[in-house]
Structure formats: C-alpha cells, structure tokens
Design a protein around this ligand. Structure first.
Ligand code: ATP
Length: 335
C-alpha cells in the first residue's frame, strides 16, 4: 500500500483528479490517498492557499499528485505552485511531449522531454518598482552553479537511464553572458561525464523556431526556468495541446506530479476537460514509485482510447465529443 498526498485543485482540478484516481485504482495499484485542499478551496476554508497540514502531509508521504491550483491575481497570496517547489526544493521540472496516434496534430512521432530548472532563473520572484511613480520595474534573475549542476545532472542521468541519445542545452548566453553563461558552462561540464550521450547547445530563440520546423531533431532539452516553461507549452501545442501534457516536479526527497495546464476556469464545472494530462502525470508517478507494469497498462489504455478517437473530449474533436468522466470510463474499460 502506497501513501500519497492528493490535492484535487481548483477549476477543472476536482473532476480530472477524480477520474485519475479511478483510473489508477482500476489498474489494481493500492494507494491510500491523503486528500488535502490547497489553492482557492483552501483560501475559502482556511484563509490560506497552502495550509501547514498540506506541507505536513507531503513531508510524510514524499509523493503528491496535484490538480491545477489558482493563485488569484493581485490578491497578495503567494503562488502555491512556486511555494511548493521552494518548500520541497523541487529543482527539476520534467515535461514530456509525446505524439499519440489518432490525435489531430501538426506532427506525428514526436517523443521529446523538456527538463526545466525549477527553482531559480527569472522566476525567483525578486522584483520591485523603482521610484514612487511605478514607471520602472526591475527584476533579479539568479543562476547558481549548484542549481545549474543539479538540473543538468538530472537531465543527463534521465537521458542515460531512459536510453535516450541526445541532450540539447538551451540558453541565451550570447546576450546574458553571466547568468546564462554560467548555466551553459556548468551544463557542459556535466555533459563531459556522459560521453555516450550526444550533446549540443542552442540559443532559445533558434530552439523555438527549430521546434516548430523540425521537432524530431530533439530528444532531451535542458534549460533554465522561464525558457523551459515557454518551450514546454509550445511543444505540447505540437502534439495536440495542453490536455495531453503531464509534468513532474522532482526533488532529492520529494516529487509532485501534475498536469502542465492550469485550472482552466473557462471550462470548469462543465464535465468537458480532458483528464489525460493528469492521468499521464499519474502514470509518471506510478513509475516513480516502482509500479512500472501498472503505469505501462494505463498508458496503453490512454493510447488506445485516443487512437480510436470515439470517447474523447471536446479539445480533441469538434463533433461527438464525450465528457471528462466518460473518457475516464473508456480508459478504465480498456484496462
Ligand atoms: P494558468 O495561469 O493557471 O496556467 P490559464 O487559464 O492561463 O491558467 P490554462 O488553465 O492552462 O491556462 O488554460 C489555457 C487554455 O487551455 C484554456 O482555454 C483552457 O480551457 C484550455 N485547457 C487547459 N486545460 C485543459 C484540459 N485539460 N482540457 C481541455 N482544455 C484545457
């Protein structure tokens, strides 16, 4: 029996989390879920988007499955997602992009993984106005040797373990010579310890263009926080959108699995959200806890439902789409 923290999340979160739990349970893996609230639901209940008992739960279980969380803009509340990454030092954000047969998209046979530095860069949140008029704003980007080294090590180790052939280091060291230069230098130092893996480096703007023109040239990409965030959304758009994009936040002791997409308030409460991103995050979570066989079966079931294209949600087909829970049922039926 595994003990895992479950945060259903805001907006479409509760409905896709419910479907994900049912799919995982149908695979036969035994999990005792510690269900806790964060985000808007927790603000309503506890006046705190990240109550201490949520942190305590994750400290105990070391693993969480998390639906999307909303931080109200301008509310003064801290971003729960950023707070969780900091609290558990979740330094690597792993975002795979994979083509599924049957899903309308620009390309087929894409299978790449973006590994994003998750704790520093331009997302440190250190920013302020200069002067009383609020006409000038300044932000601080932090890049450290430690931060760069651990994410590069994670990326090369990941590539090596998964039998992948190539790692591309993505940066902007031509302009940002110190911060991006440090990241590039340290990533190459790590690369030198993995002679069996091809390495190249590429500037972020060129990478974005090349991803659109020929995504098949990429295998594993490792990059800094902001670039990784943007590139992974771009990559998900190449294979059918955010509804199929899972993510994992990895630390030395703790890991939190989630969908790349947000809480999608525009479609919340309508039973139309695609549950697959969170289900695939659940698949990555099962692999992480050693339930490799069940993870494979769930992934195969999701692929089969997508390939048939009958019981899929409205983001994947215009007419005759089914609801979130019906797509979940179709996946369970394949299991
Ligand atoms: P955030 O700032 O939290 O990322 P957002 O509203 O900017 O939130 P998303 O919530 O990711 O971004 O939504 C972006 C668009 O993608 C919305 O139109 C949303 O309806 C759509 N979308 C996101 N997730 C899904 C999903 N699982 N199924 C279908 N459509 C989705």
């Amino acid at each position: 029996m595994h003990k895992i923290t479950l945060i259903a999340g805001d907006g479409i979160g509760p409905s896709i989390a419910e479907v994900t739990v049912r799919v995982i349970e149908a695979s036969g893996v035994k999990i005792e879920w510690d269900r806790v609230d964060a985000g808007l639901t927790a603000i309503d209940k506890y006046k705190d988007p990240l109550p201490p008992h949520v942190i305590e739960s994750i400290k105990k279980t070391k693993i969480a499955l998390k639906g999307p969380l909303t931080t109200p803009v301008g509310s003064g509340f801290r971003s729960v997602n950023v707070a969780l990454r900091k609290e558990f030092d979740l330094y690597a954000n792993v975002r795979p992009t994979k083509s599924f047969e049957g899903v309308p998209s620009r390309y087929s046979d894409i299978d790449l993984v973006i590994i994003r530095e998750n704790t520093e860069g331009l997302y440190t949140g250190i920013e302020h106005f200069i002067g009383a008029n609020e006409d000038i704003a300044e932000m601080v980007g932090i890049v450290t040797r430690t931060g760069s080294q651990r994410v590069a090590e994670y990326a090369f180790e990941f590539a090596w373990k998964q039998g992948r052939k190539k790692v591309t280091i993505v940066h902007k060291a031509n302009i940002l010579k110190y911060t991006q230069g440090l990241f590039l230098k340290v990533a190459h130092e790590v690369a030198a310890r993995y002679p069996e893996i091809d390495v190249n480096d590429r500037i972020i703007d060129n990478t974005a263009m090349q991803l659109v023109i020929n995504p098949h040239q990429y295998d594993v990409i490792v990059t800094t926080n902001l670039f990784g965030d943007i590139l992974s959304d771009l990559a998900s758009g190449l294979v059918g959108g955010l509804g199929l994009a899972p993510g994992a936040n990895i630390g030395f002791e703790t890991a939190i699995f989630e969908a790349v997409h947000g809480s999608a308030p525009d479609i919340a409460g309508k039973n139309i959200a695609n549950p697959c991103a969170l289900i695939l995050a659940g698949v990555a979570m099962l692999r992480h806890i050693g339930e490799v066989e069940a993870a494979g079966r769930i992934e195969t079931a999701v692929s089969a439902v997508l390939k048939e294209g009958k019981a899929v949600t409205a983001d994947l087909k215009k007419q005759g789409a089914v609801g979130t829970s019906e797509m979940g049922e179709a996946i369970i039926a394949k299991l």
